[in-house]
Design a binder for this molecule. Structure first.
Ligand SMILES: [Zn+2]
Length: 485
């Protein structure tokens, strides 16, 4: 047989072998969820109590304020918390920092570290949002849900955490490990309450074993093709950058426009950024780990690709970058142009035109590198770059570590009909501030949310299901008990 034919046959044979190996791996990977009952249950009376408590909290309009502003609504809110959770507030040491709640229930075993449960007291405003079917601070309980601003983000988280702890205290439960509780009053405007609390703990030499904050939840359609709901535990959040791009000119009358006016240059720049691959694409932690958790529950084609990342990693990365904005955000820094301005009148050429860009740097291309990449393009168009705000992605909590695996195991027992997985948060929480005192920052509220409920976050008609709330209380309680077990 001629040598070229032998080589061709060998190559074909090798490709077939690779294909066969991938197919076998994909077939062997297939899993279905165990048909077991959830570890948690609750009574109709408990369900009604939790809904009524959350409703009372939603009625108090704790709209986010800067640290230096007065905060009377928050004082009312805190009084309500003390009324609803009297044992917790009687038992916990008070370490509050200017209206940011920081409390500690000492554990019986000082050698063990500490667990921090957190959330935030403040909410975003509802002003100017038409479409609220029920007044935003009504806290109405209707159609099986509690309605209003903060019902989900994030008074439900606070409510579930405190209901769980209060019920344990009622039964005389003794915590082995220190239990810290933190709720900022300015999370939504990055007002500094969490920085102050983290610094306070650091100063006192407190080390936290685990921080559990809001973040992921139990949701449908998290990944295309996944027929089960997913419990996504956030193990990292992307960075945050605001840039101002400024194009200057001599200005002048609009009747005699020159070429390359500031707005024309900015437009060309924006078009190039949108069309070009500005940022590095990479499947960095925790994306491969997430696919490792989820792939066994996906249809064969997805299992074939995602279950064989050793071979298809490059291809899958490129596909993710193209397939949707959400998938693209998993593998690269994103840049969104959000605000712009020019001259003060329609017939005046601008001396200076500007545009604001909000970027979310990836873990593998931090803020400075991402800024440098986009600045290089701006310079081509004689555009200046001003950095208004910049921070890198958070640290990544180890998905193979005990803290993550323990929470994942507990949540799989509470929500056995769901696939528990680590994931990358494209938005931000306050929990990253506690990295200075904790290696295991986890972002997950154990409540079921529908796609409509997720869409209502920071928008009109925010709500949470009454049953989801009760399930959340019991899941927190289950976790805390096992954790201290
Ligand atoms: Zn929130």
């Amino acid at each position: 047989m001629p040598l070229p034919v032998v080589i061709l046959l060998c190559v074909l044979g090798f490709i077939l072998l690779l294909f066969a190996v991938c197919a076998v791996r994909a077939v062997c990977l297939k899993k279905t969820l165990p048909d077991v009952k959830s570890a948690v249950s609750w009574t109709p009376e408990e369900e009604a109590k939790y809904a009524s408590d959350l409703s009372a909290l939603v009625k108090i309009p704790t709209v986010s304020k800067k640290q230096e502003e007065e905060y009377p609504d928050f004082l009312v809110f805190q009084e309500k918390l003390k009324e609803l959770f009297p044992l917790f507030f009687a038992k916990a040491e008070n370490h509050d920092i200017e209206g940011n709640l920081l409390r500690r229930i000492p554990g019986s075993d000082p050698k063990r570290g500490a667990l921090l449960l957190m959330g935030h007291q403040d909410v975003v405003p509802a002003e100017g949002q038409t479409g609220w079917e029920k007044p935003p601070f009504s806290g109405e309980i209707a159609d099986g849900c509690v309605w209003g601003r903060g019902a989900m983000d994030c008074k439900s988280t606070l409510c579930c955490e405190l209901e769980a702890v209060e019920s344990l205290l009622k039964e005389g439960y003794v915590f082995k490990e220190d239990l810290w509780f933190f709720a900022a009053r300015n999370e939504e405007n990055s007002g500094g309450g969490s920085d102050a609390a983290a610094a306070y703990l650091k100063e006192r030499g407190v080390r936290l074993n685990v921080v559990l904050d809001e973040g992921g939840a139990v949701v449908d359609n998290m990944i295309p093709g996944l027929k089960y709901p997913a419990s996504g535990i956030g193990v990292v959040e992307k960075g945050f950058v605001n840039l101002k791009f400024i194009a200057r000119s001599a200005g002048g009358h609009a009747s005699t426009p020159p070429k390359n006016s500031p707005i024309a240059r900015l437009s060309a720049f924006v078009t190039e950024v949108e069309k070009k691959d500005v940022f590095k694409k990479k499947m960095a932690t925790p994306i491969p780990e997430m696919f490792g958790f989820v792939a066994p529950y996906l249809p064969f084609v997805f299992r074939f690709m995602l279950g064989n990342l050793w071979l298809f990693r490059g291809l899958v990365t490129r596909v993710l970058a193209m397939v949707s904005p959400m998938a693209g955000a998993l593998v690269k820094t994103t840049a969104a142009f959000t605000m712009s301005g020019g001259s003060a009148a329609p017939n005046v050429l601008p001396d200076e035109a500007w545009i604001i860009c909000n970027m979310r740097p990836s873990v593998h291309q931090n803020a400075d590198e991402s800024i440098a990449a986009i600045k290089k393009i701006a310079e081509k168009y004689d555009i200046e770059t001003e950095v208004l705000y910049s921070r890198d992605a958070s640290a990544v909590t180890d998905c193979g570590g005990e803290a993550f695996r323990f929470l994942a195991r507990c949540m799989a027992e509470c929500f056995p009909d769901t696939v528990v997985t680590p994931y990358l948060m494209t938005g931000g929480t306050d929990s990253r501030r506690f990295e200075i005192v904790c290696d295991n920052v986890l972002r997950f509220t154990p409540t079921r949310l529908t796609p409509a409920q997720i869409a209502a976050m920071h928008a009109a008609n925010e709500n949470i299901g009454v049953k989801a709330l009760a399930e959340g209380v019991k899941a927190y309680r289950y976790y805390i008990e096992k954790y201290n077990g």
